[in-house]
Design a binder for this molecule. Sequence first.
Ligand code: NAD
Ligand code: COI
Length: 332
Amino acid sequence: MKLIAFGVRKDEEPYFKNWEQQNDVKIKLVPDLLSEENIDLIKGYDGIIGLQTTPYKREYFEKMKDAGIKILSIRNIGIDNIDLDAAKDNQIPITNVPAYSPSAIAEFTITQIMQLIRHTKIFNEKMSHQDYRWEPNISRQINQMTVGVAGTGRIGRAVINLLNGLGTKIIAFDPYHNPELEKRGMYVDSMEAMYRKADVITLHMPATKDNYHLLDAAAFSQMKDGVMIINTARGTLIDSEALIKALDSGKVGGAALDTYEHELPIFDHDLTGQKIDDPIFNNLNERNNVLITPHIAFYTTEAVKNMVEVALNCATTYLNDGKMTNPVVEID
Ligand code: NAD
Ligand code: COI
């Protein structure tokens, strides 16, 4: 069995090497993400271990079919960037790693909520030029606020568990109701109901065609004045231009964005000293009440280890036994 892994960072290598030794399977490690430039490397391999937020296009699946690839095992959660129809059409089964560490993303979400509420970016900026005054940046306490959790899957529930310890009032929306949260009366009937009640709204749903720009001008207009928005899910959930207008008017009091709809040319690239040719990004990034991070909510040693090991196990289980663990696309 031969495997090839794309987008392999230095911090992942020890987990790949260790797994290789324990399982006696050779894996070709490619540092670059799968792309037009390197897709021909897949020839001669049985399975691909992928990781990326850049698109997995139809042409890639056509090339995978031609190369005799039997499985694409992605070592992350989101599948919004994958042409799933093309995978089916070309008979390429896909697995993912749906629960590598909900806590990693949840802990980061809480970090960003707290930083926004306590104005850390503003104080850091003031202190950088020796302004140590308190006023006017007084904070509110999270134990007096209502946090709206949109999406109560693995990550949303991990966020709720952490919020419980902070004494926050929590409301949630998800078309699917988790029985335990239902018993606790946590659900509101619609996003609109959440908009009316929440001081902080944190997004934890996958990006789909239906929820593209879920938070748009109409949504912001229904929210409480000064609401804080947290997005550690996917950038396309927020209309960034509408967010800018809502920040300008004060309707939105702050935002923490770990994902951004046009993030691909920016996040996880070293652009030191370069002008970023994205006025929307620059506008958001320059604001002292907007915290932008480069899609790092997942980035912990625990998560990375699980991502690598589970993805490799998914691929080999399928190649050895034909059994799909964590199926995204199944082929009859
Ligand atoms: P999950 O599948 O366990 O839960 C998603 C939940 O969202 C489900 O309960 C679903 O019913 C709900 N949902 C779907 N559409 C909705 C809508 N329109 N409104 C409200 N709820 C809706 O997924 P998860 O593990 O909790 O992950 C959520 C998302 O987080 C992923 O899809 C991915 O996009 C993102 N993510 C980001 C990072 C990061 O590093 N920033 C890391 C991992 C995952
Ligand atoms: C995911 O797992 O979906 C993420 O957003 C993490 C990223 C490394 C792709």
